[in-house]
Design a protein around this ligand. Structure first.
Ligand SMILES: C[S@@+](CC[C@H](N)C(=O)[O-])C[C@H]1O[C@@H](n2cnc3c(N)ncnc32)[C@H](O)[C@@H]1O
Length: 438
């Protein structure tokens, strides 16, 4: 617990509450934060910490407010409560400092001034009843696992044996995993350099290194030179399993921000086309390729409309990577806002998009070529069921075995590098490798 009685906490809570309101209107946490911060980029680390703490306690906060308030507060007031209750629940600062600073924040704005007394009373009431409320919170599953009811029920129905382990693992702070650039250096050399800098790290995959103490990328030796990149260990399996050799025509169909494109090129692919629908995100592919000293052809376009970007190109692809848009239900450790932004109908809508992408890309693959389908989702409709239906529709598709098809982010890694259990090193993914037979 810190007892920093800095007046800056009021500033942090004010900006975090403004971002929280945008987030609850449906924007991602990161976008909301950027908008709310405006010119106050100096506050970003503190506001980010406050926001992620709040999202990790979202269900608890809603429960407490419902339990202690006679009626639902206005959005501006609810946002102040969300960010300050999370501070109290996580014991980041002393109780007194949090209450004092959030009341100051409430008084500083005409929209919340009238509710400053209510905020003060609710937080004090929580503190008085904390001892009895905390066990009550644990008894409610949506609060304990911090998930919307529909999401929790889906997870339970689809993973009846693993859902608790998954839900618990998804609440952990994720490890920082690096990908070593095989075109420039080796894991041994990177680990030796880390030892020189006093950085503790362990190899957890073919090119994957776990950095025990996370730090900003600019402070990671070799990051700016492209020797290492940040990429989850599960995501690193894509380029590894696609086996794209020099000279092969390779398509990365949904490419931004280009982590897998760069990895394909680092492993020796010399003819990679990276397609991305979102123009702004596509610029990040170019940035990543440049930093990693590798190249690929970047196309801004809809991968489901190859007539728009593959015209005149008669040579079929030898390899296709489809890292499809999905619910991202496997990466909640890194994006805890996801379940609160999704609606139940999103699953079916994304399943349709994935099906259209698969059907549109399959004709571009040459006979004997391979398509690797990836989603960072745990919902079978986006993974196992999607691919089973695809194989039914396409008699030329033959699924090839992979070491792991479904990776669940359970507390112990299923694919530990040397066979010994490690803390979960990968997010949740589904992979399928399909060969074209005719
Ligand atoms: C899961 S992310 C890809 C991550 C990327 N492969 C990496 O490893 O860095 C999916 C990407 O697909 C893009 N996308 C969605 N629909 C698309 C489409 N129809 N055509 C091309 N890109 C699309 C999204 O904008 C998003 O950048």
């Amino acid at each position: 617990m810190s007892t920093v009685e800095s007046p800056a906490l009021a500033d942090v809570l004010r900006h975090a509450a403004a971002a929280w309101q945008l987030f609850r209107e449906g924007r991602s946490l990161n976008r909301s934060m950027t908008t709310a911060l405006g010119a106050r980029a100096d506050l970003r680390p503190a506001v980010q910490d406050a926001l992620y703490t709040a999202v990790r306690h979202l269900a608890a906060n809603e429960y407490i407010v419902k339990r202690l308030a006679a009626r639902a507060p206005a959005a501006e007031v609810a946002a102040l409560l969300a960010v300050s209750l999370a501070q109290l629940l996580s014991e980041r600062h002393s109780d007194y400092v949090v209450v004092d600073q959030v009341v100051t924040t409430a008084q500083s704005s005409p929209q919340t001034r009238g509710a400053a007394g209510f905020v003060n009373a609710l937080l004090r009431s929580f503190l008085r009843q904390r001892a009895s409320l905390l066990p009550e919170l644990q008894r409610d599953e949506t609060v304990r696992y911090n998930l919307p009811r529909w999401w929790l029920e889906r997870l339970r129905a689809e993973h009846p044996h693993d859902w608790i382990a998954i839900a618990e693992a998804q609440q952990q702070v994720p490890p920082l995993i690096l990908r070593v650039n095989a075109a420039r250096t080796t894991i041994g050399a990177v680990l030796a350099q880390f030892v020189e800098h006093g950085i503790a790290a362990t190899r957890v995959g073919a090119q994957a290194v776990w950095m025990h103490q996370p730090r900003p990328v600019a402070e990671i030796p070799g990051f700016n030179d492209g020797d290492v990149s940040v990429q989850d260990a599960g995501a690193q399996l894509a380029a590894q399993w696609l086996e794209a050799a020099p000279g092969m025509r390779v398509l990365d169909a949904c490419a931004a921000p280009g982590g897998k494109t760069a990895h394909l090129a680092e492993l020796g692919a010399t003819d990679v086309t990276a397609v991305e629908l979102d123009k702004a995100r596509a610029t990040r592919i170019a940035d990543n390729l440049r930093r990693c000293h590798v190249t690929a052809r970047i196309v801004i376009g809809d991968a489901a409309r190859p007539d728009m970007w593959n015209e005149g190109s008669h040579r079929p692809f030898d390899r296709i990577l489809l890292d499809a848009p999905c619910t991202a239900s496997g990466i909640l450790r890194r994006h805890p806002d996801i379940p609160w932004l999704r609606r139940p109908a999103d699953v079916a809508q994304l399943t349709t998009v994935q099906r259209e992408l698969l059907d549109a890309l399959w004709p571009l693959l040459g006979v004997g070529g391979r398509l690797l389908y990836v989603v960072c989702s745990l919902f079978p409709d986006e993974g196992r069921v999607q691919i089973a239906r695809f194989v039914e529709r396409h008699t030329t598709a033959r699924p090839l075995p992979l070491p792991v098809a479904q990776m669940l982010p359970t507390p112990v890694a299923v694919s530990a590098w040397n066979g010994s259990p490690l803390p979960t090193m990968h997010d949740g993914f589904f992979y399928a490798l399909l060969e074209k037979t005719g």
